[in-house]
Design a protein around this ligand. Sequence first.
Ligand SMILES: *Cc1c(COP(=O)(O)O)cnc(C)c1O
Length: 369
Amino acid sequence: MPKARETVLEIDLKALKHNFDYLKSKLKKNTKILAVVKAFAYGSDPVTIATYLETLGINYFAVAYVHEGVALRDAGIKTPILVLHPQAVNFKTLIERCLEPSLYSSRVLNEFINIASETKQTDYPVHIKFNTGLNRLGFLENDIDHIGSILNKTSAVKVKSLFSHMAASEDLSETEFTKNQIKSFIKISEVFKNTIGYQPLLHMSNTSGIINYPEAHFDMVRTGIGLYGFGNSESENKKLQPIATLKSVISQIHSIEPDETVGYNRAYKSSGYEKTATIPIGHADGIGRQYGNGKGFVTIHGKKAPIVGNVCMDMIMVNVSDIDCQEGDEVIIFGKHPSAALFAQTAQTISYEIITAISQRVKRCYIGH
Ligand SMILES: *Cc1c(COP(=O)(O)O)cnc(C)c1O
């Protein structure tokens, strides 16, 4: 692996293939895979990830917002793209770029049909989202007759899929709740099919759903975090490989005298003769202030160096009193060891948050392709 000479997020496409193959091995042969590439493919790089997944035979992509889908189309991605949370103001653009909306309320359903009719679409693919307990987005079972009456009056759209989202698929103490969500989704899909007279694709499982609820794989699964290397449990994490490694370098080393302070607000006070290293990464790169003052740590030559004092916008200082290191040496913030999940834990958060927070200022580079 190349040694970092500045802060970079190194993305390992071999690890991505490993995770894809592993998740696929959990599925029946004909189950389709939708890759969730929202939020810059969980903070990595949506175009590189989506382009690579197309070579692996991915069936579908999902993004949260229309402009994320537009960026993929601009880059030449041809696979169908589901937009999970489109805003009506962007429906024209969505249609122009062949993106497919999730429709989750009568308001958005009607607004979308109006625009699809105005632009003379027929059978434009749409995805109907049902709320089975997350209480975030989605129609309720009681809405089916009403949805049916709207859909049966128009030929502008056609329901490509019906889906729902689990509230606690990673949490084995909530198994009963999740099983009820699955039951309720099955019932909804049967009533819905009878109401519209044809069978759309069904999907419900995110990564933890794939792992914990094989009975909920239906026709397609939606995986995000698993592709990027995290499985929401220790045993699954061992089988997946984090694709992103955040690396940096030591810019300068300081010898600190007893009772000197380090950083803004003099937040750290040394207790003896200490040595600190200054690293060119800060809260503007996504390492939030909550990682400061001894919570977060980086790894230098395999050893832990805790962050001392406050995280600055462009820099952190770390304690290297016990590490034999020099200016220019490589620093690992997270990667395969320690993982982003472990790093996130130091600030009481989760892998999803830290990996999607790494800002666009950090250069992306690629290995394993
Ligand atoms: C983000 C998202 C996913 C992906 O979930 P992971 O836990 O990352 O696999 C799937 N479905 C919906 C609706 C989402 O919003």
